[in-house]
Design a protein around this ligand. Structure first.
Ligand code: 2RA
Length: 337
């Protein structure tokens, strides 16, 4: 069977990656409708060798659409996703707009595929935040085997997570440095080149950022475990593609580093890269453009009874957004529609 697919936000970093993933995974498409804001009308994007015109994102743009992939920002999702669902499309939304809505499933296909069945409630499935997705792909096998009581995570997030303007800003700052010229600082509150900014998104009253609380709240929803302890420090680093994460977990019962390696060696969506003495460990430059979540530096944390440390890296635009959304669409077409 083939499907009519719409991509809302097609001209953005994630929208473009969605087209790339649909093509690379040969998704069965009979019609592809590209939707974006006024300023992108008239542009054409290439899909399977064809030039496809970008159309205006409106509430009427979803007639006859089976699956609508959204990555156009939270405001656009709030405005247009319900209309798309009302027109009969199943929406997979990459924004944070619906993630914590109790009626809307929040899905990582390797972690909680069963939750996809809840799409019938509102016709919307939410894609988790990129930093949450890669962490739970890596932790799911451990969670199922021995349980997890507490997660402490620090992230090192690429500028592509902010979007195309941030990619350009980092590049321009590096060029300015090389040319001994002053740097322009517009996208972030501070210079990002050669810097680490402990702020992603805005600060809340509890002293954490929205990004950090996304990791806490989304983990509890996806694992269906409101009691699990999670604390996060999310940091923007001068990397173009690929989020890296240092994760410390306290497991429910003892598990050795060797057992964790054996588990992850065959875990869905995971590539074990863990020969540190040979210089083999997950690198952002190795994950960019790839579909896997790379895991390494696996070792026991003897400062607590049942502690494990891991280093997890994934392409934040692919597995962190576009790939995860397309994998949800694949599950929908395989098991539901
Ligand atoms: C970021 N996770 O990296 C956020 C949104 N993509 O900026």
């Amino acid at each position: 069977k083939e499907y009519a697919v719409a991509v809302a936000g097609a001209t953005g970093a994630v929208g473009g990656a969605m087209l790339d993933v649909l093509e690379r995974r040969n998704f069965p498409i009979k019609e592809l409708r590209l939707l974006a804001s006024e300023r992108s009308i008239g542009r054409k994007l290439t899909f399977r060798g064809e030039q496809i015109p970008v159309q205006l994102l409106t509430k009427d743009a979803f007639k006859g659409i089976d699956i609508a992939l959204f990555s156009a920002g939270g405001d656009r999702s709030l405005e247009f996703a319900p209309a798309a669902a009302a027109a009969g499309a199943i929406v997979v939304d990459n924004s944070s707009a619906f993630r914590m809505d109790p009626e809307i499933p929040l899905v990582v296909p390797e972690v909680n595929p069963h939750a996809i069945a809840q799409y019938t409630r509102r016709g919307i499935i939410a894609n988790p935040n990129c930093s949450t997705i890669q962490m739970l792909v890596a932790l799911k096998p451990i969670y199922d085997k021995v349980g997890i009581k507490r997660i402490v995570v620090s992230t090192y997030q690429a500028v592509s997570g902010t979007g195309t303007k941030a990619i350009l800003e980092l590049k321009n700052q590096i060029m300015a440095y090389a040319a001994d010229k002053p740097m322009e600082v517009k996208v972030y509150p501070h210079q990002i080149a050669f810097n680490c900014l402990p702020q992603i998104d805005s600060f809340l009253d509890n002293g954490y950022t929205k990004e950090e609380m996304k990791m806490v709240n989304e983990t509890r929803k996806i694992f269906e475990d409101p009691a699990i302890g999670v604390t996060a420090t999310t940091v923007r680093v001068p990397v173009f593609y690929g989020h890296s994460e240092s994760i410390n977990v306290e497991t429910g019962s003892k598990i050795s580093a060797e057992e964790v390696k054996r588990l992850l060696a065959t875990a869905p969506g995971v590539r074990l890269v863990d020969e540190p003495k040979q210089g083999l460990y997950p690198l952002a430059t190795d994950c960019a453009g790839n579909f896997e979540t790379l895991v390494g530096r696996i070792r026991e944390d003897d400062s607590i009874a049942n502690g494990i440390n891991l280093w997890v890296v994934a392409d934040n635009i692919l597995k962190g957004a576009a790939l995860n959304a397309v994998q949800i669409a694949e599950k929908l077409t395989a098991d539901y529609i």
